[in-house]
Write a protein that binds this ligand. Sequence first.
Ligand code: SF4
Length: 330
Amino acid sequence: MALVEVRDLKMYYRTLRGHVKAVDSVSFDIERGKAVGIAGESGCGKSSMAISILRLLPRNGEYHGGSVVMNGQDILKMPEEQFRKDVRWKQISMIFQGAMNALNPVHRVGDQIVEAILEHEDVSHEEAVSRTKDLFDLVGINPNRFGEYPHEFSGGMKQRAVIAMALACHPDLIIADEPTTALDVMVQAQILKAIGELREELNLSMMLITHDLSVIAQTCDSVVIMYAGKVAEYGSVMDVYVNPTHPYAMGLVKSFPNIHAERSPVRSLPGFPPNLIAPPTGCRFHPRCPLADEECMTVEPPLREVSRKKHYVACHKAEIVEQGVDIWAQ
Ligand code: SF4
């Protein structure tokens, strides 16, 4: 059984102009000890899904159905107090977008992690300090820097400290929202390596949200490609990257430069993501899709398994795209 089963999850934002359908019937699994990447353009619902799983909705966020089952229990139905005590930090923790600013500048870095441990676990202050120093060591920070303030840390060290904080209560799953976006490429590579090693050492599951397909290729086992609040394609990284079967996924993969391929201009996808207050009927991608026909404009394509096992695609024409035709060639 998967560690987390997200099923038909719907989360909308209430606005004066109507509901923004940010997460709309999303389903996928996170296996124990594995990493799943969530990719897609800005505004496709990646971060909204993360906060939906962690029940950190803003005031205008509303669940409109679905479930998130973890260890056999629907965590969306738990009383808030039980969720806060038993799940958040202990079973699922999060590395937020903009982690460089996630540390409080007027508190010492070590103390901020100690505080997180004391808040969620019944341990003495000495034990929390000792565990924090161990965590510093684990993520590659000298434990002697326990008493320093965030401004004394480099960008990479701040990011490592935020990862240490996410590990503080031994979670089963870490949700990392764009964890390396603010870092230069050298530090990004070091952080990704550190995350990979920690995952292996601690048998951690991870949900990694990013718009950078190369980061997912480096760190994840499977990938969910989202478009306009829905899953467009979902499968192993190898299947989706080598045989992208949804036109949108194919467009994303082809818009990434490939150093092993012949030199050719990098392509971009035409058009823009839709307004999620009134998304297009049928397939939400149809206004941008070169294969769109009458059926695409009127009938919503279900997410279904294609010829490769555990490779799911929401497209009426998946069998045509599967044949390897480059539909974005012109
Ligand atoms: Fe394109 Fe139709 Fe497939 Fe949507 S269902 S991606 S419009 S071919």
